[in-house]
Design a protein around this ligand. Structure first.
Ligand code: 0O2
Length: 240
């Protein structure tokens, strides 16, 4: 057991465990964690540093493309650190021990970077450029573009480890990178709203899910057609 694990399995860890067992996901619980758990705060700061590293890598690539080819493959980059509540939910879902060590080992998406592109081919181009960098280690890849989820969800997910450089230490941190087109992002944000909307009658929820699956197919077709147009323009020497 490492130092940070020892701290959380002490009195704070015990209390967290009890609160979890009794399903107390209250504000008090969250405040308590934020106020008392220094190792968690430190870990979250490390994840924020890792996000900065990865976000900068994408910004650099975008800048280079802009100089070299006069176009920006990236429309926007969104980043987030998973909330403590989200982490606790994942701990419960995965049935892993509630320790700092286990959270760091088993939860891969505490640090999240979402890169939104206009065209599907840019997703793979950017993913390749990122993974070729010698300080980026690929841990896992899920290609929901080639194989969409049954809901219709599409995106390319990479779990990477990147180093962060602290005062006396180099530390490898995991970051989940989600790459998607504007159309995929639009779809996912609407689907997310529907998914978490409570009080929708069951048959209405089913119809909405069907409608969303249909929209996902249409948006995939749109992505492909727009890509095709861009490729034809490039072939005609109008763009790269
Ligand atoms: P949030 O708040 O977006 O972070 P894992 O344990 O992480 O390996 P998991 O959770 O099945 O297993 O990973 P997966 O399938 O790669 O998906 C993780 C994230 O992808 C989700 O994060 C969503 O952001 C997104 N995602 C996956 N499937 C869907 C979907 O059907 N619809 C939408 N809108 N988003 C999806 P979280 O953990 O849900 O939360």
């Amino acid at each position: 057991m490492n130092d940070s694990e020892a701290i959380v399995t002490g009195s704070i860890g015990e209390t967290l465990g009890n609160l979890l067992q009794s399903s107390l996901m209250s504000d008090d619980f969250l405040k308590f964690v934020q106020k008392n758990t220094l190792p968690l705060d430190t870990l979250m700061a490390y994840y924020r540093c890792a996000i900065m590293e990865v976000e900068t890598k994408f910004k650099v690539l975008n800048e280079q493309f802009s100089l070299e080819y006069d176009r920006n493959p990236i429309e926007s980059i969104k980043t987030r650190v998973k909330s403590i509540e989200g982490i606790v939910r994942k701990v419960r879902k995965k049935e892993i021990p509630l320790t700092i060590h286990s959270i760091e080992q088993n939860i891969n998406d505490i640090a999240g970077v979402r890169v939104v592109c206009s065209f599907p081919e840019d997703i793979y181009l950017l993913a390749d450029c990122l993974l070729r960098q010698d300080d980026v280690r690929l841990i896992g890849k899920k290609d929901y573009i080639k194989k969409p989820k049954p809901s219709g969800y599409r995106s390319l997910h990479l779990i990477v480890a990147v180093p962060i450089f602290l005062q006396d230490e180099k530390r490898e941190m995991k970051v989940e990178v989600q790459l998607r087109t504007i159309a995929m992002d639009f779809w996912a944000s609407l689907e997310h709203k529907v998914r978490y909307k409570k009080n929708i009658p069951e048959n209405e929820a089913e119809q909405l899910a069907e409608e969303l699956t249909e929209c996902a197919k249409i948006s995939a077709q749109l992505d492909n057609r727009m890509q095709n147009i861009r490729n034809r323009l490039a072939a005609a020497g109008e763009t790269k």
